[in-house]
Design a protein around this ligand. Structure first.
Ligand SMILES: [Zn+2]
Length: 246
């Protein structure tokens, strides 16, 4: 089983979390960096573990403080063979931690990196769906909508062949709309993630999340889709392998 989006370096004890994940059958983890220092830490974890791969980017929340040197450093880190994707990047008009024009520039720059490197881009979008779609309008590379929570984006996502990744919030009792969306994603485009340490799925809700818990999200998705969990697990594994070139 694979967790396609975790922030391992943000966990209290990443090494122990990798071990617990393996014990739960989660043998591959994509760990996500959110600024240059965090990217370095996550890349080290990827170097130390065969089953850990890195997604490297500068989060939209950091856009206000990002310098040209940061971008150059990121571009260099992305050349690493265990850096399998660019992100998470996108636009966040909900928290608005960084000026919008800075977020848009940073997003555009990272889309260029992804295109240039031929690596998929992992998208964070919050309360900015129309502007995120506009930024991606001319983009031809592989796209993953991480922590999918905007069902109205689904038609565009499916039309453009983007991957749709569901996190623990899809297992919350009130998330009927997300589970409905999960039934509409084709079998070859669905992914599952934890977004650890955030958004622990229903059975462990309120605790710090960790990659081992992706099994709960997977179970909720399988139930919603009326599929056998083992089959969906194999499907998601195959999708992630294809998307991220693992
Ligand atoms: Zn994330």
């Amino acid at each position: 089983m694979i967790d396609t989006h975790a922030h391992l370096a943000a966990l209290d004890d990443p090494e122990a979390a990798v071990e617990r994940a393996a014990a739960a059958g989660v043998t591959r983890i994509l760990t996500v960096g959110t600024d240059v220092e965090d990217c370095r830490r996550n890349l080290q974890l990827a170097e130390a573990h065969d089953g850990v791969f890195a997604i490297l980017g500068i989060h939209p929340h950091e856009a206000g403080d990002t310098t040209d040197d940061d971008l150059a450093a990121l571009r260099e880190l992305l050349a690493h063979p265990k850096a399998v994707a660019v992100g998470e990047t996108g636009l966040d008009w909900f928290r608005d931690y960084a000026p919008r024009d800075a977020q848009q520039r940073l997003f555009a720059q990272q889309l260029e990196f992804a295109e240039e490197l031929g690596k998929p881009v992992v998208i964070h979008t919050r309360a900015a769906d129309e502007d995120t779609l506009a930024a991606l309008a001319g983009y031809g590379g592989a796209v993953v909508l991480h922590c999918f929570s905007s069902p109205h984006l689904l038609p565009t996502a499916l039309e453009r062949g983007w991957y749709v990744s569901f996190a623990g919030n899809a297992s919350f009792p009130k998330a009927v709309d997300l589970r409905l969306a999960a039934t509409e994603v084709p079998a070859d485009r669905i992914l599952a993630e934890t977004d650890s340490p955030y958004l622990a799925p229903q059975p462990v809700r309120g605790r710090p999340n960790e990659p081992a818990y992706v099994v709960h999200t997977l179970a909720a998705l399988a139930q919603a889709r009326g599929e056998d969990p083992a089959e969906l697990e194999a499907r998601i594994d195959a999708n992630a392998t294809e998307c991220f070139g693992l």
